[in-house]
Ligand binder design. Structure first.
Ligand SMILES: *Cc1c(COP(=O)(O)O)cnc(C)c1O
Length: 364
């Protein structure tokens, strides 16, 4: 059977290996598996969320509230924007899909960092758009601008903090960059890890209200999958000028967020203590990785997220090391598919991190 030609050179997104598969492939008990591969919150989610979800469990036969009024109200209150500035996606991933379909086609160019979140390219290929990348590993906004001037892309992705490297541009640099971009180019500020970045360095904070008031060609993306600990609920959001949101809405399937997910995200937003605790513990545990890397003479990228990227030495092979860890029930992310001899490790609990250090030491 012939399929859409655009699918021919798309490689399927490689998600962090699920615990269920490690159980099946290696016969390891779930309790002996540690997954530090998908940047999930190792402390779970707010207990208030669990109570709230339990309380509405009887509502499953009804379609969800497709106006998403409770979650939109909670987000607009938190970020001081209007409901018309918000779109909710099944993960911010889905908002990325909407915006690429809304703005790009097979004549379009999409500019992104050399190494960045893999879904941008996959969705770009859905519409046959050309992907253009910078060459430097960190976001070099001057280089972004040089390429922008020459290529005039329809969309520019800034992933800040960046996944899978963990570095983060300064908020003022991002704003100064956007000022120079013409109003018909859509700038995407994907800040899935912003809660972690702000806890480490205030200068990374992008104030969403200011951003969308100043620019009508920018969309800010956030998610409940990381600091809020709701990866399994699939909720993310885009915040932008109402004119952008209106177009994205044309692509949204009805009821794209389940009743339980809407409730979970709304309640999660209210429990700021939980997020604060998570980001504080994350920073504490990050220090252990920095010390470990120093002791082992391995480069570690200064991270503004809940993961660290270890740039291995030439004598160490990221594929061999991650496979060997996997066989022992330790799931991390090998970055060889990004052309890096590195592994990305989600910062876990104290105990999970100790286990990681213990298992990787003989492999170095
Ligand atoms: C995790 C992540 C997302 C989106 O995650 P969802 O679970 O789809 O909300 C988006 N961008 C980056 C850079 C991420 O790391």
């Amino acid at each position: 059977m012939k399929f859409n030609k655009k699918l021919e050179n798309i490689t399927t997104y490689e998600a962090g290996k699920p615990i269920e598969l490690v159980v099946r492939e290696f016969g390891i008990e779930p309790k002996d598996i540690v997954k530090l591969a998908s940047n999930e919150n190792p402390y779970g989610c707010s207990p208030k969320v669990q109570d709230a979800v339990r309380a509405i469990i009887g509502k499953m036969s009804l379609y969800p509230d497709d106006s998403m009024i409770k979650l939109k109200d909670a987000l607009s209150k938190k970020f001081d924007v209007k409901n018309e500035n918000i779109i909710i996606g099944s993960g911010s991933d889905q908002v990325i899909e909407f915006l690429i379909h809304a703005k790009a086609n097979s004549n379009s160019k999409i500019l992104m960092n050399s190494i960045t979140f893999a879904m941008y390219e996959i969705y770009a290929k859905h519409v046959g758009a050309e992907v253009i990348r910078t060459t430097s590993q960190e976001h070099d906004l001057e280089q972004f601008f040089e390429i922008y001037k020459k290529e005039k892309p329809e969309i520019i992705f800034l992933c800040t903090p960046n996944n899978p490297t963990g570095d983060c541009a300064d908020a003022t640099d991002v704003l100064n960059f956007i000022k120079k971009i013409d109003s018909d180019t859509l700038v995407v500020v994907d800040s899935a890890y912003m809660e972690y970045a702000i806890a480490k360095d205030k200068s990374k904070e992008i104030v969403i209200k200011d951003l969308i008031e100043q620019f009508d060609n920018v969309i800010y993306l956030g998610t409940f999958s990381k600091a809020y600990g709701l990866g399994g609920m699939r909720v993310g959001y885009g915040i932008a000028d109402a004119k952008i949101i209106k177009e994205l809405y044309k692509l949204r399937p009805p009821f794209n967020i389940t009743t339980l997910s809407l409730e979970a995200a709304s309640v999660a937003l209210e429990d700021e203590e939980f997020v604060k605790k998570s980001v504080t513990l994350n920073l504490e545990q990050m220090k252990r990785y920095e010390e470990f890397a120093k002791k082992k003479n391995i480069d570690i990228i200064n991270s503004y997220t809940n993961f660290v990227t270890l740039s291995l030495n030439a004598s160490q092979n990221s594929t061999e090391i991650s496979n060997s860890l996997l066989k022992q029930g330790m799931i991390v992310r090998n970055l060889s598919s990004y052309g890096m001899n590195s592994i990305r490790v989600t910062i876990g609990t104290d105990e999970q991190n100790s286990r990681f250090f213990e298992l990787i030491t003989p492999l170095l």
